[in-house]
Design a protein around this ligand. Sequence first.
Ligand SMILES: *Cc1c(COP(=O)(O)O)cnc(C)c1O
Ligand code: SF4
Length: 361
Amino acid sequence: MEIWQKMLQSCVTSPARLTRRYGVDPRPLAAVAERYPMRVTPYYLSLIQSVDDPIWRQAVPSVEELEAGSCCADPLEEEEQSPVANLVHRYPDRVLFQVCSECAMYCRFCTRKRKVGKDRMQVTRNTIAQGLAYIRKHPEIRDVILSGGDPLLLSNEMLDGILKELRGIPTVEILRIGTRMPVVLPQRITLALTRMLQRYHPLYLNTHFNHPDEITPLAARALARLADAGIPLGNQTVLLRGVNDDPQIMRRLMQRLLAVRVKPYYLYQADLVLGTEHFRTTVEEGLDIMRALRGHTSGMAVPAFVIDAPGGGGKIPLLPEYLQSLGDEVILKNYQGLDYRYSNARPVTEQNVPMAVNQSG
Ligand SMILES: *Cc1c(COP(=O)(O)O)cnc(C)c1O
Ligand code: SF4
């Protein structure tokens, strides 16, 4: 057994284990963990500095999860857009392929908390074979995103097998892996893993850091290994109340990501998922954060702010009002709030020179 697999076995899976260390009453939390499973790696637990800090909030069940919410177990209607089990085909040319039902940590804000780590999510050799068959039958699919759960929870052999099958499909151009392992169990990023992954280029990996305190020396080492294997790294952050709903924290997070060779990709407005309402901010707060990034720090550090549309409409980008008006003249607002004008008149070419201009010229 590899070291990371041993670490998985010593995960904290019940609130009772927190009593001694943090002095919280675990009893009300036990009911929460029964509904939505708990699992925290000893490594991630070690990043907690105090009860209810941004690390704690992501990892430890809260009674707020059981509050009746306004919406939905599956607001993105993933199940309706699954032609075969564990594969979501929402966009024309790419699919989300769920190859693992578990995660090293069950994030309390998870969009798929209706099913990850629960009996109702079954990933088997059979569902994987069905997913592969679907991708083979649909040559329009040129981009496959391995997701879950967390695909890096699979053994190297298992993952190798899936990647090999996908690479054998000539219409599949790029592969992506979505994983939180560099955040919650960086020990998973072994040399054996990166050597295996680099045989399947072009392969992209998107990870999921939500707070600058998650970028530890161990995480940085894992990311360096992946980057050294030629794997372009991106990051998807969820905007979470009490975790990162602050322009300073978010700017620091994005800057530190770049410093560990990760390009911020998406910032998500929190989905309307049942049991996660206490994490939700307003959209205005997200726009304020975007305004505090653009122009104020490296453009490379600015992710796209998106709402994953309820009802399965896909990710829709949101921008603060830089474009004030659009016509023959475009009025723009810069990052300092100053107005600038851009002439949008049709350029004069030989074909469209107006008569009057012709005669006088
Ligand atoms: C996010 C997502 C994708 C990928 O979207 P990109 O904008 O290409 O990163 C694909 N399928 C589903 C179902 C998704 O949720
Ligand atoms: S790692 Fe991703 S899929 Fe797993 S619990 Fe966290 S957010 Fe959900």
